[in-house]
Structure formats: C-alpha cells, structure tokens
Write a protein that binds this ligand. Structure first.
Ligand code: FDA
Length: 512
C-alpha cells in the first residue's frame, strides 16, 4: 500500500509539472472523496466492482488533450499501465481494472464528450466520452432526419463502441458504426495528437474496429451521418416453442439476412412460462423498419409471411423514439433520458459471442432450447447481417465478419444476487452452452465479436510478454486474417507495447 501511494504521489507530481495545470481538477487518487463514486460511476458489469478487483492508483478525467498527453508521458516514466475508459461497458471490465498485479491508472474520458454536428455536410465530430444516447439525442434535435448506425444501449460510450465496430438496428442498411468513420483524433504512445492525415492510413484502419485500447487514446471520431425517414416502424412479436416459435426461427435463419435492407429483425430467445405453467423457450422477433407501417406489412407479407405480422403488432414512431423502444424504456418515456448518462439496470453478467454461416439444422434446434433451459436466466440474441455488410470487403476495416455471415449470436446471462456459487453456476452454464454450440457455428477460426470481449478465448501473460502467436488464439477469432495487419500496425506505432492489457494487440515487428 505504501509503495502504491508513494507511486501515486510521484505520478501526481509529474502531472503537476505541466504548465497551467491544477491536478485537483482532473486527478483523483484513493485519498480523494470523489475517487470511489467516480470509479463506480460507469462500471456496468457489477462482477468487476467488488472489493477484490484491483483498483487504479488514480483516475484521471482529462479536461484537455494536454492532460491526456501528460498522463501518457508520466505513466511511461513510472512504468504505470493506462486503462482507457469512455462509457465503461467493457464486458470484462478492462477499461477500469487490471487482472495482473501491475500498477495502473484509469484515463476516463467522460469530460471530453462534445458533439459538433456539421449538418450541411451530414457529418459530426463526436468526442469519445459521449454516449450513444447523447449522440442520438443531439442528432434528433437538429430536426434534419439524421441518424447514426450504432448500438442499441444508450449509455454505451462512443469511444469503446466504435473502436470495436459497433452495430445496431441499421446494420443491414449502413453497416457498422466504424464503417461510417471518416476521420479521428488520437493521442499516441509518444503523446502526439494525430488526425487521419498525420496518423496515416494504417493506424486509421486499425482503430476502426481493432478493439479499443491497443493503439492510443482516441479522443474524437468524425462520422458520416445517415438519413432516417420521418417515421420508422417497430414491433416485437413473441412465440413460444409450443406456438411454433421454433419453425419461425428456422425460417428466419434463411431470410433474416436477405430481407430488404430497410428491415432489421433480430431474434431474442429466453425462457418463459407456457399456459400450463411449465418453463419453455420464447422466441421474440424484435424489429425496426425504416419506413411506415403499411410498407412494412407489405414487405413482411412478401418476404416472411409465416410471421403473420398484423398492423396491430406494430408501432410507427420517429427514429429517436425507436431508440427508447429498443433500449426497453416504457412507452411514453421522454427522449431526455438519452442524455442521462446513468445506466438504468446495472447487473452481474457474463457473455460470449458466435457467428453462424450455415443455418442450424431445424432438427437440432430442440437440443439448443434444452441447453438453454439448463441455464437460470439465459438470453440468446441473434443479430442478422447481410445487406450492406455483404458489400463491405473483409479487409476494409479490422471487423472481418462480412459476406457469408448470416447472423451473430450473443449468449448472455445476468443476475442480481452475487455469490461465488451463483457466479460459478452461471459461468459453467455459459461455457457448456458455448461448447455445445461448436458444431453449429463458424469454424477455423470460430469467430467472435471484440465488443463482446471474452477473456476465456485467451489472454496476454501477466508479465506483459505478449507474443503474436499466443495472441492469435483470440486475435484470429475477433479479426480473422486482419489480425496480422493489426499486429504489424501495433509494431510500428507502439513497438514497446505501452498500451498493453489482457487482450491488447501484440506488436509484430518484421525483421529486415
Ligand atoms: P469502455 O469504456 O469500457 O471501453 C471498452 C474498451 O475500449 C476498453 O478496452 C477500453 O480501454 C477501450 N476504450 C474505451 N475508450 C477508448 C478510447 N477513447 N480510445 C481507445 N480505447 C478506448 N455493442 C454493439 O455493437 N451493439 C450493441 O447494441 C451493444 N449493446 C450493449 C449493451 C450493453 C448493456 C453493454 C454492456 C454493451 C453493449 N455493447 C454493444 C458492447 C459495447 O459496444 C462494448 O462493450 C464497447 O466496447 C463499450 O464501449 P464503452 O466506451 O462503453 O466501454
């Protein structure tokens, strides 16, 4: 303890040498009363908020780019690791904790969250500390039918989300959030502030989907905004297995990725009670259509008549209202909640991801429902790809799961009562489910989504000795063949591996 407090003091003295700097405005050590509430403010997965989790020496909330630069230089000087946090939604808590015993600080970008909309050009500069909700809200306030294709939960941070790809209800029409980035500002391992031109195309490629935290601190993204119609239509149609949910799901596997690009139908599968009071699985078709209800009915009747969609199942609303619908806010909620940065339902959770390239045989679905029922509160979320995702080359940005990927699966379990047993029970269900699914999902490599960070796929070793070969275990799953290029970019921009963490990209340095 003495050692770490002495280190924190030295670090603080280093930061205070920067001209015109009052560290008390933006540096919080364990002696400061704000430290604990600040640390916990954006921890979304309560598994990583417990007292046994390693805590940072200090939390730095930079007010200017120079605070980031000095944090990098002082951390380097004292051999302290940096964890970069924007929205704190990292599934493994990697933005605010460290699994090894290294000393680390958290660089929390929550004060850098301005959004500048250049409506004449349909672009915006968005600082990393902004949440998706803030971005959506301020876009809606422009009244110009402008939106942005990114994730579904409003409190997710723009910084981590875009760094890992980022997808939501407009994925089939416009691709990933990272596909729509046209410039960025980053502070690199040498403390230099770079934009697209000065960082060069290799680094600009790597930061758009190569996973946050390996290449530098992204301070802001310049994004292309997209047109959203005056009215969109949403529905959530639920069928239990007994009501034919299984065969509808089977049908969806063949067409979900082939529907009109304006139509996004994801599938959420979770346990429910049937009429007899027995536990069964419920298949929910959860959808957004970029258009009016009559056009939606026409489209669904044409392409997915088995769904039996009726006008009464649907609600027409503005695009910004659809954000509240997907984020499970009650009907009539004010859109002002989108600028409330407090996450509404923190929980303990665990997740894994997969991708499906061939429809799972219908006769095997029963097994899958059975495995789900062995879990306590499992949720499977299947997100269709296809559409725009098919048109984008696998190598255009690091996210490689494009043409031929029908849908992603997220296995998710959350709980409120944390005990070692409940945690263990859930983790073991999750691992077994993942194991059981092996024959039905992508292979060689078995693909995974870096934004659903999963440390079971492998980790860098504690001493910071990352090898490219070791990291391929998870790197190829997240990035396919793009992993090698990511490691080569890392070898050029951060050869000393300053931006290191449990699953950071290792530097691959080619000898002459
Ligand atoms: P956080 O701050 O925890 O950062 C995540 C990672 O990025 C960490 O490694 C961090 O160090 C790094 N990082 C953060 N800011 C950085 C910066 N400025 N520069 C460099 N590195 C940075 N995903 C999706 O695609 N679609 C969805 O709909 C959802 N929905 C969703 C709901 C909920 C409840 C959760 C918890 C998560 C999601 N996600 C998601 C996953 C989400 O996209 C993913 O967790 C993002 O990395 C979160 O970004 P944050 O900035 O919030 O996280």
């Amino acid at each position: 303890v003495l050692l770490s407090s002495a280190l924190a003091d030295s670090f603080l003295r280093c930061l205070s040498q920067v001209p015109n700097t009052t560290t008390s405005d933006f540096v919080f050590t364990q002696n400061d009363t704000e430290y604990s509430s600040l640390l916990h403010s954006t921890i979304i997965n309560l598994r990583f908020s417990t007292s046994v989790m390693p805590k940072p020496l200090a939390i730095i909330t930079p007010l200017t780019y120079s605070h980031i630069q000095s944090t990098i230089l002082c951390s380097k000087h004292f051999n302290i690791q940096i964890r970069i946090r924007s929205g704190g939604h990292d599934y493994a808590g990697l933005s605010y904790t460290s699994y090894d015993q290294s000393s680390f600080v958290v660089l929390d970008l929550q004060e850098l969250r301005s959004i500048t909309i250049e409506s004449g050009q349909n672009t915006a500069w968005v600082e990393s500390g902004a949440t998706l909700g803030e971005l959506y809200y301020w876009l809606s306030q422009e009244g110009l039918n402008l939106g942005f294709p990114s994730g579904i939960c409003a409190t997710v941070g723009v910084g981590g989300h875009i760094s890992g790809g980022g997808f939501g209800t407009m994925i089939r029409k416009y691709g990933l959030a990272a596909d729509n980035v046209i410039d960025a500002r980053i502070v690199d391992a040498n403390g230099r502030v770079l934009d697209r031109e000065s960082m060069g195309e290799d680094l600009f490629w790597a930061i758009r989907g190569g996973g946050g935290g390996s290449f530098g601190v992204v301070v802001a993204w310049k994004v292309n905004l997209v047109y959203v119609p005056e009215k969109v239509t949403v529905f959530s149609l639920s069928k239990t297995i007994e009501q034919g949910g299984s065969s509808l799901f089977n049908r969806w596997q063949y067409i979900g990725h082939n529907l009109s690009e304006d139509l996004f139908i994801r599938v959420i599968i979770l346990p429910a009670l049937n009429k007899a009071g027995n536990r069964t699985m419920q298949i929910i078709f959860n959808s957004m259509f970029l258009g009016t209800v009559d056009k939606l009915i026409e489209t669904v009747t044409d392409s997915f008549p088995e769904l039996g969609l009726q006008e009464s199942d649907c609600s027409e609303m503005s695009w910004i209202e659809s954000i509240l619908f997907f984020d499970n806010y009650p009907e009539g909620e004010s859109i002002d909640v989108l600028i409330d940065r407090t996450h509404k339902a923190k929980s303990y959770f665990n997740a894994k991801s997969d991708y499906v390239q061939e429809p799972i045989p219908e006769e095997k679905l029963e097994d899958i429902w059975k495995w789900c029922l062995e879990g306590e509160r499992p949720i499977l979320i299947m997100e269709p790809h296809g559409g725009k995702m098919n048109e984008i080359e696998e190598t255009r940005i690091p996210y490689p799961h494009r043409k031929g990927y029908l849908y992603s699966i997220q296995y998710f379990e959350q709980w409120q009562d944390d005990t070692i047993e409940s945690s263990e029970k859930r983790n073991s269900w999750m691992r077994k489910m993942y194991e059981n699914m092996t024959p039905y999902v992508s292979k060689d490599p078995r693909a995974a989504y870096v934004n659903y960070r999963d440390l079971d796929l492998g980790q860098n070793d504690n001493a910071g000795n990352t090898t490219y070969l070791n990291a391929m275990k998870w790197g190829n799953k997240y990035f396919g063949d793009n992993f090698e290029r990511l490691a080569m970019v890392k070898g050029v921009v951060d050869p000393d591996n300053f931006f290191f963490y449990e699953q950071s990209i290792p530097p691959l340095i080619m000898s002459e």
